[in-house]
Write a protein that binds this ligand. Structure first.
Ligand SMILES: Nc1ncnc2c1ncn2[C@@H]1O[C@H](COP(=O)(O)OP(=O)(O)O)[C@@H](O)[C@H]1O
Ligand SMILES: [Mg+2]
Length: 346
């Protein structure tokens, strides 16, 4: 990673991150006792993945993240980025190549939005004109109008706007890796959902690798390509794709953490094209319509109040593929409960 030349243009993909038996003990300030914040953590995040670290408060998520940019040094074990031991990389150089977004954003209050976003490019000595262009690009990238935002101060922004600028600042040099610590925790649920969607879109376009911390299992399932579930004492309880977490929780702790409404959550990680569609039935014009990619929970929400208790799945071009029914969704839930594969009706 030290050999990279920044900025990298376009979707060049992200870095890989590997934790190898990483542990961190803190000395308690109160009584000098040792606190195991992170305990023998091993997992690998592939380039371009979003790995979400999730678990209750105090289970070592933030500590794990901070070890990646060397704000905290492990007591033992090794962290590798693109196969390189990060102990061999100067911390300041390392941090300039890793985006870091935290909940309170940490925007500099006496610097404008543009100056905040320009922080790292300035440190890297980019020419003025290039910085100016890049700043406007980034403000637009996170969904704000550069002309009306670039000269504002952080106090003149809403919570959601501040989070967006925090993301823009972290993206300034197109880092191959972003660390995000509960970045959307302080905004209201509606704004949070929009920020999550925008973030997914952005990440998808840029292909960067993200380590994302949250205590919210729903956020983890929505955003993660991999989810690392932590339990108290900084131990990794499970590391798997979200669907697997829902289908096959590794133990009772994970099952409880994932929640009693696991069945409904599973629907949110399935696309309607995975269901058996009725290809013979037709529905009136006003029936709900979906694309093959619509998640099954959204399908359920739309067809429950519909008089047809069913909806039409169409390609992006409008070609009908078949009808999805409540019964088909029920089949999937029952099959998952019994461990059998869902019945296909085609
Ligand atoms: N600098 C520190 N000094 C002492 N203990 C710490 C320090 N940072 C974190 N801890 C302890 O390590 C544990 C994990 O903390 P943290 O990683 O912040 O958890 P999380 O982000 O999952 O809430 C907690 O018990 C916390 O009190
Ligand atoms: Mg934390």
């Amino acid at each position: 990673m030290t050999g990279r030349v920044y900025p990298r243009n376009g979707a060049t993909g992200g870095a890989s991150v590997e934790f190898r038996h990483v542990s961190k003990q803190f000395e308690s300030q109160r009584n000098g006792a040792t606190v195991a914040a992170v305990n023998d953590l091993s997992f690998t995040v592939q380039p371009g993945e979003i790995c979400v670290l999730v678990g209750p408060s105090g289970c070592g998520k933030t500590t794990s993240l901070k070890m990646v940019n060397r704000l905290v040094e492990p007591t033992s074990g090794t962290i590798l980025i693109d196969g390189e031991d990060i102990r061999k990389i100067d911390p300041v150089t390392l941090r300039r190549q890793i985006g870091y977004v935290i909940q309170q954003v940490g925007l500099f209050p006496h610097r404008t939005v543009a100056e905040n976003v320009a922080t790292v490019p300035e440190l890297l000595g980019w020419p003025r004109e290039r910085i100016r262009k890049r700043v406007d690009e980034l403000i637009a990238l996170v969904g704000l109008d550069p002309a009306s935002y670039r000269n504002r101060y952080p106090a003149q922004l809403s919570g959601g706007e501040r989070q967006r600028i925090g993301v823009a600042r972290a993206m300034a040099v197109e880092p191959p890796l972003m660390l995000m610590d509960e970045p959307f925790g302080a905004v209201d649920p509606l704004v949070r959902e929009r920020l999550q969607d925008e973030f997914l879109d952005l990440q998808h376009r840029l292909g960067i690798t993200v380590l994302f911390v949250t205590h919210d299992i729903d956020e983890a399932i929505k955003l993660g390509t991999k989810v690392a579930v932590f339990e108290r004492g900084g131990r990794l309880a499970q590391f798997s794709p979200p669907a697997e977490l829902l289908m096959q929780p590794a133990n009772d702790y994970v099952a409880r953490f994932v929640g009693a409404d696991r069945a409904l959550k599973r629907l949110a990680v399935m696309q309607v094209r995975e269901l058996g569609l009725d290809r013979t039935r037709t529905l009136p014009e006003d029936a709900p319509t979906f694309t093959p990619e619509t998640n099954v929970r959204d399908v359920l929400a739309a067809i429950l109040p519909s008089p047809y208790q069913a909806g039409v799945v169409r390609t992006a071009e409008g070609q009908p593929l078949g009808v999805v029914t409540l019964a088909a969704i029920g089949d999937v839930l029952r099959a998952q409960a019994s461990g059998a594969p869902p019945r296909r009706t085609e």
